[in-house]
Design a protein around this ligand. Structure first.
Ligand code: 9UX
Length: 69
């Protein structure tokens, strides 16, 4: 199976933010699934992609993030 990455995302305060983050992550080359939990701020991403690249992408759309797994 493909790698699972988890990111702690800052700044998402509503469901709209979550949908935007999920859409952004799904648009990244190599990502096959992305979902985020609003309550915890944890985004889970499945795919052959570098987790540090995901952090850079989220930073670029205004959501600082850190790799937690
Ligand atoms: Mo969410 Mo709205 O946290 O502009 S605030 S999409």
């Amino acid at each position: 199976s493909q790698p699972l990455h988890q990111l702690q995302v800052q700044g998402a305060t509503c469901g709209g933010c979550v949908k935007s983050i999920e859409h952004t992550l799904k648009s990244v080359s190599g990502v096959s699934e992305a979902s985020m939990d609003l309550a915890t701020g944890v985004a889970s991403v499945v795919g052959a992609v570098d987790a540090d690249h995901l952090v850079e992408v989220l930073q670029g759309v205004g959501f600082p993030a850190a790799v937690i797994r």
